[in-house]
Write a protein that binds this ligand. Structure first.
Ligand code: HEC
Ligand code: HEC
Ligand code: HEC
Ligand code: HEC
Ligand code: HEC
Ligand code: HEC
Length: 307
């Protein structure tokens, strides 16, 4: 019997054309997908004495002094703004490849694999990774890294990751109370120190809910020179005088619109008059300097601690 009453996902595009078109171009909308093809390439990872050859069909040949093997890459993670990592399936178990295509330096070892003495193709991909980078992931409960087919239904983020259905239509993060508003972005932009509360699961979160009902965050106090990480925007921003002194006015949405349909003016000027500052209209490049994040293969990120 074919089930007739499948839950049909509502297509937002016909009624929100401009937003859909604008969002489709963003890194968040393009953060994962099946790998279709790659530029052929070849590189050596000296610590493991492994030579990798990547074909245009995304097959990798792995050569060590002792052995030669081949592995097909199935999915990419990351839009390429900073880089792309790769996942592959073996008997419906999902693993991360030890090689990453960095935008600033080309192919290299994936973050965390830099010093490995062996080419390691056994790192399982748990639900966290796909929660942040894909939508409609289908992990099999009770397993570490086994997934149903397809592994996820949508590459990147769908509208519903930030807009949950409510009694009227879909909620707007900007109109939620402060904590649930901030939580919409926090679900993916802060990982450090997160633990499930007893009997609760982070993965039951939907926009509009409170993360504090599901998890606790034990975050280390930030120092000006604490190394940035790919998901440290939240802690860094919270350490800013701007955030502390403006009460709850300052949040990610003050400066970022995930689907802008018009460019917004310098967000600093929403709260500051810059006639005291002699640097001109570009406030952020000075007060929010860029720095490298060691957990990202030293790609460059923006320090969100406004100083
Ligand atoms: C049949 C047309 C239609 C469809 C389909 C539709 N919307 Fe809307 N939506 C509207 C209209 C009309 C409004 C009110 C005017 C506006 O803000 O654009 C609205 C408003 C919204 C708002 C603003 C709510 C607020 O309180 O500010 C959000 C968010 C939203 N829609 C999200 C979605 C998402 C996400 C989807 C797809 C899952 C979707 N809509 C599908 C017609 C639609
Ligand atoms: C479901 C997870 C998820 C949610 C929810 C989420 N993000 Fe993201 N965000 C990501 C990921 C993953 C990336 C990296 C995308 C890439 O380059 O592959 C990203 C990248 C970004 C970027 C940099 C790229 C760009 O588009 O300029 C900004 C800015 C950003 N997010 C802001 C926000 C804001 C603001 C919110 C809340 C309204 C939010 N995000 C909610 C996962 C998420
Ligand atoms: C808690 C959410 C979260 C988890 C878990 C997570 N990421 Fe990310 N990842 C992000 C965010 C947010 C960014 C964007 C950082 C930025 O642009 O500042 C990002 C960026 C990246 C990038 C660079 C993308 C680009 O081009 O900008 C890659 C590659 C990446 N992640 C791979 C992975 C892989 C592989 C996993 C799991 C094995 C993973 N991430 C787990 C949230 C997450
Ligand atoms: C990463 C989180 C995120 C994603 C994904 C996202 N939105 Fe939004 N959306 C927001 C935020 C934040 C606002 C509030 C913007 C503001 O007013 O500052 C918003 C506002 C809206 C609004 C009402 C205000 C307006 O600009 O008209 C609509 C409608 C909307 N989104 C539709 C969509 C649709 C359709 C999609 C998918 C194509 C989508 N959103 C994807 C975060 C998101
Ligand atoms: C939501 C409002 C808001 C926004 C947006 C905002 N600030 Fe602030 N900021 C404040 C408040 C409030 C203070 C504390 C009172 C003061 O010094 O004026 C402050 C303080 C500061 C300080 C002094 C910091 C210190 O450590 O003493 C600097 C510098 C600053 N802001 C720069 C910026 C820059 C640059 C931007 C944009 C990237 C920005 N702010 C965006 C509200 C904001
Ligand atoms: C006061 C303004 C401001 C606020 C508030 C803000 N950002 Fe940013 N953000 C910026 C600027 C400026 C950049 C650099 C943009 C560029 O290089 O084009 C940036 C860049 C980013 C990027 C791209 C990667 C990087 O690090 O360069 C991500 C992801 C991001 N912000 C996420 C967030 C999240 C999540 C929040 C809320 C916790 C947030 N931002 C709050 C101003 C802000």
């Amino acid at each position: 019997m074919i089930p007739i009453l499948l839950a049909i996902a509502l297509d937002c595009t016909p009624c929100h054309k401009d937003i859909a078109a604008s969002f489709a171009k963003t890194p968040m909308a393009n953060s994962s997908e099946r790998v279709r093809s790659l530029q052929p390439a070849e590189f050596l990872h000296p610590p493991s004495a492994t030579r990798y050859t990547i074909s245009d069909k995304a097959a990798v040949t792995i050569e060590t002094p002792a052995a030669k093997a081949r592995q097909q890459l199935d999915f990419f993670i990351g839009s390429g703004a900073h880089g792309q990592s790769f996942l592959f399936l073996r008997n419906r178990k999902l693993f991360e490849a030890p090689i990453t295509l960095y935008t600033h330096k080309g192919w290299g070892a994936s973050p965390g694999y830099e010093k490995d003495l062996n080419s390691d193709w056994t790192r399982p991909v748990t639900r966290e990774c796909l929660w942040c980078h894909a939508s409609g992931a289908k992990p099999i409960y009770g397993t570490v890294n086994t997934y149903a087919d397809p592994v996820f239904t949508h590459g990147g983020l769908t509208c519903e990751r930030c807009h949950a259905e409510d009694s009227k239509h879909f909620n707007n993060p900007a109109k939620l109370a402060v904590e649930p508003r901030n939580d919409v972005c926090r679900q993916c932009h802060q990982l450090n120190g997160r633990t499930d509360l007893k009997g609760k699961s982070f993965f039951s979160y939907k926009p509009g809910m409170l993360l504090s009902d599901l998890v606790s965050y034990q975050t280390k106090p930030q120092q000006p020179d604490t190394p940035l990480s790919t998901t440290s925007h939240f802690e860094r921003l919270a350490a800013s005088t701007c955030a502390k002194a403006s009460g709850d006015k300052l949040w990610c949405g003050t400066c970022h619109n995930p689907h802008p349909t018009k460019t917004s003016a310098n967000a600093c000027l929403k709260c500051h008059i810059n006639n005291l500052c002699r640097r001109g209209p570009d406030c952020a490049s000075f007060h929010m300097p860029k720095n490298t994040a060691p957990d990202s293969g030293h790609a460059t990120f923006t320090d969100h601690w406004i100083r």
